[in-house]
Design a protein around this ligand. Structure first.
Ligand code: F6R
Length: 263
């Protein structure tokens, strides 16, 4: 695991946008794992801008989202499919037939989860998985006690997640209490993982995930097992970590980061 600390939300987001853009340029048919949430809105706005201003080409990219609310149809304004169309897919030259999310309106959710796993496999696996972190340490909707080898399945959401996300619903009581999510094991199978974390409210949980023991109580701590995982954070979200000087040294001195110093 590598931790990169940038001064503020804007520069952390810009760095992640550049890494994604470079990954697409070096593999135009990249299989990109996507997340939703407030943190990603800025990133998707920036990727949209890169498409419009710099011609970043998504025409051959395939995407798999981490999760979807159980019971919400794709055209529901609170579904993650709707979120993805609104914040990214409607503004770039991606072929929507190459964009995949679990179908929250499927009759048999367990079969839908198994189908989703197969789809990922058929695509050759995920090249680059983008992640955020929830206030309870979840990645995707892998709530505390998610098995570290879990695959895509239905998961009951915690009160913390319901409190975090229900304000995004017009009627907070309408927020589903269950979701379909890639498992921790599914995420760990991605060839590369980048987690973007911003803001003071994430500082404590991020320090536990990065510097604490690996535990199913904090699913993000499982990323310590991944051979190529980069956490990109702003100073606020980094504030509770103890090895910040080492992390800063990495960005300042390791050759792979030289090209990104001007961001
Ligand atoms: C949603 C997802 C979640 C979010 C996390 C942070 O697809 O993957 O794990 O990344 O809940 O959400 P925000 O950015 O709203 O704090």
């Amino acid at each position: 695991m590598e931790v990169i600390i940038r001064p503020d939300t804007g520069s952390a987001t810009e760095l992640v946008a550049r890494l994604i853009s470079d990954a697409i340029k070096s593999k135009p048919d990249l299989v990109l794992g996507l997340a939703t949430g407030r943190t990603m809105e800025r990133l998707y706005a920036r990727l949209t801008q890169m498409h419009k201003m710099e011609g970043l080409d998504f025409s051959s990219v395939r995407t798999f989202n981490l999760d979807e609310y159980a019971g919400l149809a794709p055209d529901d304004p609170n579904s993650y499919r709707f979120y993805m169309d609104k914040h990214l897919f409607n503004h770039i030259n991606i072929d929507k037939r190459n964009t995949f999310l679990p179908d929250g309106s499927a009759e048999d959710l367990d079969s839908e989860c198994a189908r989703y796993e197969r789809k990922i496999e058929e695509a050759g696996g995920i090249d680059l998985q983008l992640l955020g972190i929830g206030s309870d340490g979840h990645i995707g909707f892998n709530e505390p006690l998610s098995a570290l080898r879990s695959r895509t399945r239905v998961k009951a959401l915690t009160p913390a997640t319901i409190a975090q996300n229900s304000p995004l619903f017009d009627d907070p009581a309408r927020m589903p209490k269950r979701a379909m999510t890639m498992g921790v094991g599914t995420i760990l199978d991605a060839k590369r993982v980048i987690m973007l974390v911003t803001g003071k409210s994430k500082a404590e949980v991020l320090a536990k995930a990065v510097e604490g023991p690996i535990t199913s109580m904090i699913s993000a701590s499982a990323l310590q097992l991944h051979p190529r995982c980069t956490i990109i954070t702003d100073e606020d979200a980094a504030s509770c970590m103890s090895e910040k000087n080492y992390y800063r040294w990495i960005f300042g001195n390791e050759p792979e980061w030289k090209a990104y110093h001007k961001i």
